[in-house]
Design a protein around this ligand. Structure first.
Ligand code: AMP
Ligand code: GLY
Length: 428
């Protein structure tokens, strides 16, 4: 079969690599893809948000299956449009993708169905938010734009002045566009964070192995929030006991809640969790695979991913045993100098051959091929990924790889996985 993957980052590259392992798959295409992905899949210059363009492409190349990976086309209804034309797909309908598309929706859902999350209040006027923050006078405060904002729609100001400035930027200057028409102000929670991606066909939910993201730009969790500077799997804070509690109090109730709302979720549901002193709570839902969580979760998947996608389509996921390797996995992101603020593009990358390097798997997030040379084309550029018998082994391989890859201004965190290593030692 021929599979089309919509998207063009490291997550899509990891999906493509896994899909290519399926004996049933003859070829994989990707739109728009990127330079490094083009070594693994034929890339077509159609934007991931161009619904008509993607439907047309799927018809032209006679795709047997289409995987829609990023949040915006899912929220915009790309899967609905493809299904209407008879294509088999992986990804939720627009009605279900709202679980990520609107924070107001997801917070109200959790309140209604008693799913543990931070207490919150919704506002549609900047002066009312500011009055509320002044009156409460509790910092840090957590302020979230309602809609999609490239993972940057959350601010956690330490002072009232910063909070006021942030609210004005979101609601008046509209730095995230219409996403900032409403905001949610949340209770500030503390505790280790865990990412759990889960397959669901709307009837049952099968969590994947856990992972830990490193969202801040600099070592020691300092600096600005980014899309993610690296990940490890498993996440040692996520014990079997906590997993059981999450299944009972969060995962199943969420699937049931979406069914009750007439918004059955089929695809990969991402649970961003915080393990607070009062138990696990949901920080956010995403309607898709995480990036860069996918890069450390899928290499551990032993079951044919196309069998999983089919089972979700046929609503027979409960009959399928999904197997995972016991190896640990680490992904260190190499980013452009300046990211997550402005950064140059088109910088030559050396040290790779056909986009890869012995000893690691290099998932390409933002690369292009110009005049036969591999160059940077995004903020996050590469995800240098390795499996190992232990997390230490995996990290050593990832960092050995990172040392061999060069581009001017390259920036990466040197402490990916350190928190997990410490937790694993203390936890035993
Ligand atoms: P989100 O985009 O919703 O994942 O938020 C980005 C990051 O902000 C999360 O990974 C957390 O580290 C932090 N965060 C979000 N909500 C809260 C909260 N209620 N309390 C504390 N930290 C939060
Ligand atoms: N790594 C966080 C996300 O995919 O939203």
């Amino acid at each position: 079969m021929k599979v089309l993957v919509v998207g063009g980052g490291g997550r899509e590259h990891a999906l493509i690599r896994k899909i290519k392992e399926s004996p049933r798959v003859d070829s994989v295409a990707c739109c728009p893809g990127n330079g490094g992905i083009s070594y693994d899949a034929k890339c077509y210059n159609v934007a991931a948000t161009d619904i008509d363009g993607v439907v047309k492409l799927a018809k032209e190349i006679k795709a047997d299956f289409v995987v829609v990976a990023p949040d915006d086309p899912l929220v915009m209804g790309m899967v609905d449009a493809l299904n209407k034309e008879g294509f088999k797909t992986f990804g939720p309908s627009s009605a279900a993708a709202i679980i990520e598309g609107s924070k107001v929706f997801s917070k109200n859902l959790m309140l209604k169905y008693n799913i543990p999350t931070a207490g919150y209040k919704v506002f549609d006027k900047a002066d009312e938010v500011i009055d509320y923050l002044k009156e409460k006078n509790e910092f840090p405060a957590v302020i979230k734009a309602d809609g999609l904002a490239l993972g940057k729609g959350v601010i956690i100001p330490e002072t009232l002045d910063d909070a006021i400035a942030g609210v004005k930027e979101i609601m008046e200057d509209k730095i995230f566009g219409a996403s900032g028409n409403n905001v949610v102000v949340e209770e500030f929670l503390t505790g280790p964070e865990v990412s759990v991606l889960a397959f669901t066909d709307g009837k049952c939910v099968k969590p994947m192995v856990s992972s830990m993201d490193h969202k801040r730009a600099l070592d020691g969790d300092r600096g600005l929030n980014t899309g993610g500077m690296g990940t490890v799997s498993p996440n040692p804070y996520y014990t079997d006991e906590i997993a059981k509690e999450c299944m009972e109090r969060i995962f199943l109730p969420t699937i049931n809640a979406m069914n009750s709302e007439g918004r059955t979720f089929k695809g990969c549901l991402y649970f961003g969790l915080m393990l607070t002193p009062k138990g696990p709570k949901v920080i956010e839902y995403n309607c898709r695979f995480g990036d860069p969580e996918t890069q450390v979760v899928l290499p551990r998947l032993k079951t044919d991913i196309m069998d999983i996608f089919d089972a979700i389509n046929n609503e027979t996921l409960s009959d399928l045993d999904i197997e995972w390797s016991d190896d640990a996995c680490s992904c260190v992101i190499m980013a452009s100098g300046g990211y997550p603020k402005s950064y140059p593009k088109g910088i030559e990358i050396t040290g790779l051959e056909n986009g890869q390097l012995d000893g690691v798997t290099v998932y390409h997030a933002g690369t292009a091929i110009n005049d036969g040379k591999l160059v940077t084309s995004g903020g996050r550029v590469l995800g240098v990924t390795a499996l190992g018998a232990t997390l230490e082994d995996a990290l050593k391989k990832s960092y050995d790889g990172v040392e061999k890859i060069k581009f001017d201004g390259a920036h990466y965190r040197k402490d990916i996985g350190q928190k997990a290593l410490k937790a694993a030692v203390n936890g035993k």
